[in-house]
Design a protein around this ligand. Structure first.
Ligand code: ZN
Ligand code: ZN
Length: 172
């Protein structure tokens, strides 16, 4: 959804409150889609903060289903996002706006804003539990459900952490 802020940036003392839904069906990052398991309304308080400036305070709660790094089981990862920043559309700042991809013309793209915030808060590591044993690299069995009987070199859960590191290397 787009919130037009033309009036807000040009009217001293003007304040507006918005409660908008998040429209995107999944959170997408590098071609991977993560489903929303909870998708709260985005609350935004916008107020004029000078010539072509708007102060934005906001709050959003949601959660995503993200696969465990070791066994791929879905983990519910909550996001509590607090916003408190000033959008500066004065002419001398126009070049910097390339970073704020959620501000377009005189509008805030709320989905792009949530997308940007999820990216910032996205966990480096997602595990279904600290000692997740991962999956057997030979037969693919989830080792949290018991041994598969394969002759593996690394039955030790500490080795699973090393496998994560290799996995991370592959992703780079
Ligand atoms: Zn796991
Ligand atoms: Zn196996």
């Amino acid at each position: 959804m787009f919130i037009n802020i033309s009036e807000l940036i040009s009217t001293p003392l003007k304040t507006e409150t918005f409660k908008v839904p998040v429209d995107m069906p999944t959170y997408e990052w590098q071609g991977e889609h993560f489903p929303f398991r909870k998708k709260g309304m985005l609350l935004l308080n916008l107020s004029n903060a000078g010539v072509r400036k708007v102060h934005m305070e906001g709050h959003w709660d949601g959660s995503l289903g993200i696969p465990c790094d070791r066994c791929l089981k879905e983990v519910l990862v909550p996001f509590h996002i607090e916003l408190d920043e000033t959008i500066d559309l004065s002419s001398e700042r126009q070049e910097d706006l390339a970073d704020d991809s959620y501000v377009e013309e005189n509008s805030i793209d709320t989905d792009a804003l949530i997308n940007h915030e999820i990216l910032i808060h996205f966990p480096m590591k997602v595990l279904c539990r600290e000692d997740c044993r991962g999956i057997c690299l030979k037969c693919g069995k989830n080792l949290n459900h018991g041994e598969c009987g394969c002759d593996r070199v690394s039955p030790d859960p500490r080795m699973a952490a090393i496998q994560d590191i290799f996995k991370n290397f592959k992703e780079v």
